[in-house]
Design a protein around this ligand. Structure first.
Ligand code: ADP
Length: 394
């Protein structure tokens, strides 16, 4: 059975086609600069990469080109062979606790939730509608970034603010990167061959979040009402004292929108290092003993370590700690700093294994005598979407 996994952004659309249930990738690609000058798409199939620069007026045109290519490239003879399309949707509020088959009701709910994710949910919707039109025979499934965190209990998802903020305006912790946390925690539970276990997942990318997972269910996560909370990120501050906001507004005369942009796009590693939001650029400067680059790493590692320690306690110990996403999968330097700081819990890094684990490699990076094994698990949100979609068809 063929299934498409789709991630539609405001000007991009990523896709990956699978043969299920064996999860073979048939083709994958991305449409970029949709609706903008210089739009193009790239497709990878059978080890070859195809790039075409064509006008892509909107998502519907992108999906039309995609479906034509699927036939031209012999991925399918007839589009009806694609039985399911799974869509990444950022916000499911506290309505969707799992992935769901899309109908009119789901479409309007995703739209109603747009104020909670104004940049993402509308783009996700446009993508869904384009596929509903182009492949009407397929079952369309919404896979929410927030759903995996819906098992978090009230005493951890509520903020200590007036109750009305929650009941009237939906202010609570939602958490994000759910498909990644779900994939990684399931994967490590398979590796450990343990269904009932405590896992801490560190999704460290440009955006980052950590989650505490007990027996496959998330009990806490670092991102909150929005993806701005939690650990220090590439260009986001993570947790700060909220009083800084009115203080800086008064001092600088900046508007709330400007401050929001600064905390989102000009803070985090970028602000502290004054180099870049990209860990590769900062690590290059660390080797030159650049003070700000080193400082940025310390701030980042401090925030990661403090949440791992918190979740270790909340879980009552951990069976595994996992590193994933761009930084987690590729930076032995960051992993070493984090694990060395956790030596007081009995964690012992295997330095050689840690150095080797990058570029999509999966494996353990701690020594056999470490109190908790740590793993690098390359995340795979796309396959998680395909699996959830398949589950509705099977
Ligand atoms: P997102 O999906 O949030 O954009 P990714 O998970 O793709 O983020 O991670 C991207 C980030 O991973 C880059 O910005 C960079 O900081 C980091 N990264 C990628 N490769 C390396 C590497 N070899 N060493 C250190 N950091 C890396």
């Amino acid at each position: 059975m063929k299934i498409l996994s789709v991630n539609a952004g405001s000007s991009s659309l990523k896709f990956q086609a699978y043969e299920m249930p064996n999860e073979t990738i048939l083709v994958k690609g991305v449409f970029e600069r949709i609706g903008l000058e210089g739009s193009f798409y790239t497709i990878k199939i059978n080890g070859e990469k195809i790039k075409k620069e064509v006008p892509i007026k909107n998502h519907e045109v992108a999906v039309q080109i995609l479906t034509e290519e699927l036939v031209n490239l012999d991925v399918v003879k007839d589009l009806k062979e694609i039985e399911g399309v799974g869509h990444r949707v950022v916000h499911g509020g506290d309505i969707y606790k799992d992935s769901v088959v899309i109908d009119d009701n789901v479409l309007s709910t995703i739209e109603e939730l747009s104020p909670l994710a104004p940049l993402h949910n509308p783009a996700n919707l446009v993508g869904i509608q384009a596929f509903m039109k182009q492949i009407p025979s397929a079952v369309q499934v919404a896979c929410f970034d927030t759903a995996f965190h819906q098992t978090i209990e009230e005493d951890r998802y509520l903020y200590a603010v007036p109750n009305e903020w929650y009941t009237k305006y939906g202010v609570r912790k939602y958490g994000f990167h759910g498909m990644s946390h779900k994939y990684v925690s399931h994967r490590v539970s398979d590796l450990l061959d343990k269904k009932y276990c405590n896992i801490i997942v560190c999704h460290l990318g440009n955006g980052g979040s950590i989650s505490a997972v007990r027996d496959g269910r998330c009990i806490d996560t670092t991102m909150g009402f929005t993806p701005n909370a939690g650990i220090v990120m590439g260009s986001r501050s993570g947790d700060i004292d909220y009083s800084i906001i009115p203080y800086i507004m008064k001092k600088t005369g900046k508007s709330i929108e400007e401050i929001d942009t600064i905390l989102n796009k000009q803070s985090g590693m970028l602000a502290v290092s004054e180099i870049s939001s990209d860990f590769r650029d900062i690590e290059a400067k660390i080797s030159e003993r650049d003070h700000k680059a080193i400082l940025a790493h310390y701030l980042f590692v401090n925030s990661v370590v403090s949440y791992i320690a918190k979740y270790y306690v909340e879980l009552g110990g951990a069976d595994a700690i996992c590193f994933t996403a761009g930084v987690g999968e590729n930076s032995p330097h960051v992993r070493r700093m984090v694990i060395d700081r956790l030596a007081c819990l009995g964690l012992k890094l295997d330095r050689k294994q840690n150095e080797e684990m990058r570029l999509g490699k999966e494996g353990m990076i701690t020594r056999e005598d470490s109190s908790v094994p740590c793993f690098v698990i390359p995340t795979d949100e796309e396959v998680m979407i395909a699996r959830d979609t398949y589950s509705f068809l099977n």
